[in-house]
Structure formats: structure tokens, C-alpha cells
Design a protein around this ligand. Structure first.
Ligand SMILES: Cc1cc2nc3c(=O)[nH]c(=O)nc-3n(C[C@H](O)[C@H](O)[C@H](O)COP(=O)(O)O)c2cc1C
Length: 177
């Protein structure tokens, strides 16, 4: 049996927010920077709530906090770009995660055909049209239809977020599928 550490001992409802974050931190994710807007409205935020939802139609989702500065930019522009970060982009991840997030001009980027910022050094990107927004408690759940995509940095490893830290991929599994 796997034991639960004392700092996050078993809890019944109502669940403490800090404990929830700590326990969810055991789910390793990739790291994205969501970009949106154009010209002086262009903005970005670091997000790991990305999920691939549907292939046909091509749908993905992200969750943005209700106080997110990026949220009104996405709502106004009607779309967003999911930029998957490489392991070399940890400084970019932290730069877009602070109280004062970085400006798009500070990182190498280009504008997509749909006039949204794409981080040029990202592992891959998905350009999305905002389809629907759902209530997700203190977050908004944004469903996007993928309208363009690319993988410019194929040889790079991804950036990983696990237990509050950024990491690189470890060993590959020896098991064959
Ligand atoms: C690894 C990591 C993942 C994050 N994931 C999310 C997320 O999924 N949704 C969210 O709203 N904030 C997330 N954040 C926090 C935002 O990056 C942070 O609040 C940022 O300041 C938001 O910028 P904004 O207010 O300009 O939108 C994450 C931060 C880190 C470091």
C-alpha cells in the first residue's frame, strides 16, 4: 500500500486548497505558454491545465483563473495559441507565471496567419478558435477548436512540471508497447 505523507494526510471534504495543490502536483504535466491578442494587446501566461479533448472535431481545453489578465484578451480576440515549451524554456515558463508576466516582445515570436503570437522556439504549437467557455469554479474552462498547428523544434525534449518544480525527462521506459 502507498502511504500518504504526514504533510498531506488523508482529508475528507471540505478539502484544503493547499493540500489539493500538493496532491495534484504529483501528476506530472508538460508546460505551455498560452498566447493571445495582437499588437499592443498581445499577452501570454504559463499554463499546465492543457488537455487534448477531441480529434474530430479537433478540440482542446485550457483553464484560466478568473483573475487572469490573459482571460479577457482571449475572450476579446476569440482565440489562443498553446505553445508547448522545450526543456530549455524554463526561464520563459517562469517569466510568464509571475505577478508581472513578461511581454510577448521579450521572447522570440512570430504572428500566425490568424494574427496571434506564436513562440518561435516552442516545441510545438496549436492555434485555436475559442468555441465555448464553461464555469469551472474559480477558473474558466476554455474549449478551443484547433485551426492551425506546427512542431518547429522536433529534436528538443519537453519541459516537465512535477511537485512544484520544472524538470527534464528522465530515462525512457524499457517496456515495449
Ligand atoms: C507550471 C505552472 C502551471 C500553471 N498553470 C496554470 C493554469 O493552468 N491556469 C492558470 O490560470 N494559471 C496557471 N498558472 C499560474 C499562471 O501562470 C500565473 O498566475 C500567471 O501570472 C497568470 O498570468 P495572467 O494573469 O497574465 O493570466 C501556472 C503556473 C505555473 C508555474
Amino acid at each position: 500500500m502507498i502511504s500518504v505523507s504526514q504533510s498531506t494526510s488523508e482529508q475528507l471534504s471540505p478539502v484544503d486548497g493547499r493540500a489539493l495543490r500538493t496532491v495534484c502536483g504529483n501528476f506530472a504535466t508538460g508546460v505551455t505558454v498560452i498566447t493571445s491578442g495582437s499588437a499592443e494587446n498581445a499577452a501570454g501566461a504559463t499554463v499546465n491545465s492543457f488537455t487534448s479533448v477531441s480529434v474530430d472535431p479537433p478540440l482542446v481545453l485550457i483553464c484560466l483563473h478568473e483573475n487572469s489578465r490573459l482571460l479577457p484578451v482571449v475572450q476579446e480576440s476569440g482565440g489562443f495559441v498553446v505553445n508547448f515549451l522545450t526543456h530549455q524554456q524554463e526561464p520563459v515558463a517562469w517569466a510568464f507565471a509571475g505577478r508581472q508576466t513578461a511581454r510577448i516582445e521579450e521572447v522570440p515570436h512570430h504572428m500566425s496567419a490568424g494574427d496571434m503570437p506564436v513562440l518561435s522556439e516552442a516545441l510545438a504549437y496549436l492555434e485555436c478558435r475559442l468555441v465555448t467557455e464553461y464555469d469551472g469554479g474559480d477558473h474558466a474552462i476554455l474549449l478551443g477548436e484547433v485551426v492551425a498547428l506546427g512542431a518547429p523544434a522536433k529534436k528538443e525534449d519537453p519541459l516537465i512540471f512535477f511537485q512544484g518544480s520544472m524538470r527534464e525527462l528522465g530515462r525512457e521506459s524499457a517496456l515495449q508497447r
